[in-house]
Design a protein around this ligand. Sequence first.
Ligand SMILES: [Zn+2]
Length: 261
Amino acid sequence: MQPTEAEWVGAYEAWSDEIDATLGAGRTVFRAACVATFDDEVGSPPTGRLEPLAATTRRGCAELTPAGWRRTQEDVVRALVSANSEPLPPRRRPALTEIASSSVGVRPKVYCWSPAAWVPFIEHYATLRGGEEVSLKGVADTARNRIDLDPSVCSSLGRYLRGIRPSKLSSENLYLAEALSVLTHQAEHLKAPSTSEAVAECRALQYVRPLVSATLGPEVATEIALHAWEIAYPRLPASFRSPGCRDGGPLDRNPGSSAWP
Ligand SMILES: [Zn+2]
């Protein structure tokens, strides 16, 4: 029986984990073994749109150094983005480039997805990334200088760009805080690909206040920044947080100021 797409991506992840582990242990994986185990344990994808993932991987079997394998995995994610964005292409939003530019100082191409395309994409992406704790509301592609965003993040940012103030005592405050953090977090990855999740997130947290202040005024900015710090930040996985991320701590961008974040 043919596997479903989700089952196939699951088998792919289990197989690629073994390759990771073998290379990580400093052992060699030969091309023939890579291709044979791939055909055995993963096999042909159930749908044509996943075929580029299989083709990319078989090509990657010829370049089994740790760095080569990392590039292959980036290519596989790229193939997954293309496969999922075909029927409903994500829309490029130049105004979101400006947000990343005025805060982080990078100019990525930023794309907003439709919910119908994002949901299946992010399920496959989460499976592919396996045990790694990843933010599932935004995906950064360093080589292409590109950020892909969850539709709910885009709608919060859209209201922000139109100068619409979140209603008091509503979840809109939190959504805006998270949306700005998601975009600037991914922008931090593009600025310096070696940045850890915890550092990217702590920097992202601190862009919320100036970004909101510029559009909606300082009073709203304090409220939204506190939502980011008191509600969103503690909910993040441990690998996204750091003890240095506090007022006056080593990750404080304005150590001289007592305004935090
Ligand atoms: Zn990240």
